[in-house]
Design a protein. Structure first.
Length: 253
């Protein structure tokens, strides 16, 4: 095992799952998506995680964008030929309750309309960051020291830490794949336009080829990095646990 890879693995072992945030949508006054499922008079909340196994499915591509490409218009990359680290994002719901969202058009406090894509985007869905092993070691230590702080605030307080950030706009959360034995055998939330949510035991997934499902690594030196993904980073929806909202894996550029 080469020295850089060993350092990277050591960095990841410091903290593989944690919690935090960085803003990814037009600024707006946001209202929290509450826990809405009730069973026997008890309110049940979701608990989303990032599946690290799916993050391991990565590719480095070279793609050309025009000034009118939605990826460019929505601030996810720049015009021209760019080098992209593409990867999967899967967010299972391990909580006792469903994430219930409903129709985006009825909730401007949670969604904004994206004219280029011609559909609604979440104001905050997930944050993607790429770190050197040394950067991530420092970041993990900061997270461990301030477990209740948003990543957005920690990053603002430590400008010396400058991860390469992705800017994926969340489009839709629905039941795509069963993650473990489920309470809804066929999934309860299937419509991006009228009935969004994630049932207990189900996972939503963004495949690597989607618009914005990447980190632009144009000009980044070749090497081994730590790829980080964090779901619900701004606590847009209430969960039973925010500490497990992030996950990391090795990425090679």
């Amino acid at each position: 095992m080469d020295k850089l890879l060993a350092l990277t693995l050591a960095a990841i072992s410091v903290s593989t799952i944690y919690f935090g945030a960085v803003a990814m949508a037009p600024e707006a006054e946001q209202a929290t998506i509450p826990c809405q499922q009730q069973v026997a008079g008890q309110v049940l909340c979701p608990d989303l995680i990032v599946d690290p196994a799916k993050m391991n499915v990565q590719s480095v591509t070279h793609e050309t964008f025009t000034s009118t490409s939605c990826d460019v218009v929505e601030g996810m990359t720049q015009p021209g030929t760019r080098t992209l680290l593409r990867f999967y994002q899967s967010t299972p719901n391990l909580g006792p309750g469903d994430l219930i969202v409903g129709a985006p058009s009825q909730h401007p406090e949670w969604f904004y309309y994206a004219p280029c894509h011609r559909h609604y985007h979440f104001r905050e869905y997930a944050d993607y960051r790429l770190w050197t092993p040394d950067q991530f070691s420092q970041w993990a230590a900061l997270k461990a020291a301030s477990p209740d702080a948003l990543s957005r605030d920690l990053l603002a307080a430590h400008p010396e830490l400058k991860p390469i950030a992705g800017n994926k706009g969340g489009f839709c959360v629905i039941d795509l794949f069963p993650y473990f034995p489920v309470t809804h055998p066929t999934g309860a939330y299937r419509s991006c336009s009228s009935n969004q949510g994630i049932s207990v035991g189900w996972a939503d997934e963004y495949v690597a080829g989607l618009d914005g499902q990447f980190i632009d690594v144009t000009g980044v030196a070749s090497g081994v990095y730590v790829l980080e993904s964090e779901v619900n980073a701004e606590h847009l929806y209430v969960e039973t646990n925010y500490v497990n909202n992030g996950s990391v894996t090795i990425a090679r550029i």
